[in-house]
Design a protein around this ligand. Sequence first.
Ligand SMILES: [Mg+2]
Length: 367
Amino acid sequence: MKIQHIEAIPLRIPFTVGGKSDAGAWGGKDLKTVDSLLLKVSTDDGLVGWGESFGFTAVPIVKAAIDAVVAPLCIGRDPALIEKLMQELQRTLHIFGRSGALMFGLSALDIALWDIAGKAAGQPVHRLLGGSDASALSCYASLIRYTDPELVADNVRRALDLGYRRLKLHEIDPACVRAAREAAGDEVEITLDVNCPWSVREALDMARRLQQYNLRWLEEPVWPPENHAGLARLRREGGIPIAAGENASTLMDFAHMLQAQAVDFIQPSPAKMGGITELRKVFALANANNTTVMVHAFYDGPGLLAGIHGSAALGGANALVEWRFFDLEAQLYGDAIVPKNGMMAVPQGPGLGIEPSADVIRDYRLH
Ligand SMILES: [Mg+2]
């Protein structure tokens, strides 16, 4: 079997989030659409695998990286030799950077190759990773940043009404966190993701103000994200468990993060950090360091499925799935992965287990 064709497909799907929002970290204020990048890998014997790269405003550069650099290196190669091909591509391209657009592109490719491997074997990817008897995983509603305590409370209630008992906020103002805790009550698990705004000193001051809201974790509190010593200090002195990792890339970054004792929860993002091949290694490394993996899956396509299969096979009983609390105009997988009562089904079909909708791709493709 050989890789015959690779096509990067940008999608733009309108969404709403229950009020005015601010996605400053990856899209800008009052963002109206979710941009994503699918990768379709076709083989000479008719199998098709689907991957996904981290999207939003990075889509044009990742598509260029795939079209101009990654795809030409892969045509004619055996898609079954995933580890070998990914190692070779990482070595060939390392001089151009070990994270960012090229690595996002490699991540999408790797996910597509695992989809092909599962389809060739007639098995779901989680079985290729060791298997899972979970038919569904708990998930948390990952709310966008609203910056307005009333809107935060409204949307917390909206998520609870839909059956979620775990929430993530993206607020940076303690008043918004208080509004969420008051709306949710004491029993709901709340995490807070602030996307790297603070110095270590500022983060320590904020942690003191946030302690009273009983956060399960504080995510990416420190700028820059690779300030592992700063995260470690905050973890020791701040009184709130620390999560980070969505901006780390490849196994070594995660090794450094663990060596620094920077995190309680480590968050590899399979559509950014090297795909399922690299994700599997981070699970093993985290296990050896007694650290819980919480896969970052701010996606709704193959990037999300990659995380579900990884978590189902490798994540243990505490694995959680991140679900963007967006109301998309169209879902790539229809209702198949939309959580019910805070649980997300583990796909059981071959490969990633669900095929993307041809209608959604046709209707929302950016040309
Ligand atoms: Mg995050």
